[in-house]
Design a protein around this ligand. Sequence first.
Ligand code: NAD
Ligand code: WQD
Length: 335
Amino acid sequence: MNVLVTGGAGFIGSHVVVRLLEWGADVVVLDSLANSSQATLDTIEALTGRSLRFVKGDVRDISLLRELFAEHSIDAVIHLAGLKSVEESVRLPLDYYSTNVGGILTLLEVMEEAGTRRLVFSSSATVYGDPESVPVAETHAAGRAVNPYGRSKFFAEEVIRDFAATDPGWAVAILRYFNPAGAHASGLIGEDPKGQPNNLLPIVGRVAVGQQPTVGVYGNDYPTADGTGVRDYVHVCDLAQGHVQALDFLFRHAGAHVWNMGVGRGYSVLEVLKAFESACGKPIPYEVRDRRPGDIAESWADVAKVERELGWKSRKDIGQIVADVWRWQTSGMDA
Ligand code: NAD
Ligand code: WQD
């Protein structure tokens, strides 16, 4: 089976590609390398002992996509390519709509031409905005996102749902990730964004190795147990396994399916810091700062639907997440 993975050199994509290769699929990666590097793909080949095909390019480039689909007989697509910074999306909304909405339009057009009608799409819990209650189920109103990034993901979902409804042959899985974190157990692939990271775990990792002086804790006056924000951190390798199961499901079930991908419980910022301190054996300096604009108090997933329908369950806990981030952060250096 030939699977096209867009964004396959990125954080989540690289772990998905490893699982696909281990599963026995043949993989074509399309990535612009806007936020990743080709070295990651070489590492994946070394890790799995399998080769993959790489096409460097933009998912919005329709001629390139047509060439790619003509050259490789693609059975299914996992679409992860996109921009993901909430803060950047407020400054550069057109870039976000162009990449995240324009990308799916181009991809669907070429998939339709090629007769490839199986798609797994990377969506985000951000489509729920500030949830009315937790845990958040898939039935919770979506489209309440409060920034261009979140809206771009919701619009992409809507485009996919509308398009999938045009032909009963379409099989799509929309995966709403909560807070992906962690790294591969080998310590060889992990989250390696270009520029300054925005997410908590990569920032804590950098502070732990002294690349940054302190973690700024964005607010300790939320209505949560210790006042800091609570999130559902899901291990990237569990997430990767979820993509393989979703893909497998689409070979047996048509239609459009939406699933939350989380652990089903939340941890506060201070709990994450404490877990990281246990993993690295030293204190993580932090200072409490003002709330980050647009942040919500708490969010974690209702995972009943994904467990029931897909049979997928996240297995790795916060202790494994921080241990793997620490291993990744210190690989190739003296800890
Ligand atoms: P990432 O930035 O590490 O990976 C995205 C990849 O897409 C990168 O390799 C980048 O070079 C590539 N890319 C960007 N624009 C492209 C374009 N126009 N054409 C081709 N390739 C392009 O991010 P990630 O964390 O691995 O996220 C993957 C997907 O999951 C994204 O769509 C993101 O919105 C979504 N998501 C991420 C999170 C998270 O917290 N990491 C949460 C929910 C959803
Ligand atoms: C987690 C918690 C922060 C950094 C974002 C996107 C979401 C999804 C995942 C893509 C919050 C706190 C963080 C720091 C802190 N991405 N924090 N100091 O905001 O839940 O979600 O990434 O789809 O769309 O919005 O994740 O890792 O940024 O923050 O105190 O330096 O850590 O306030 O409570 P978030 P995060």
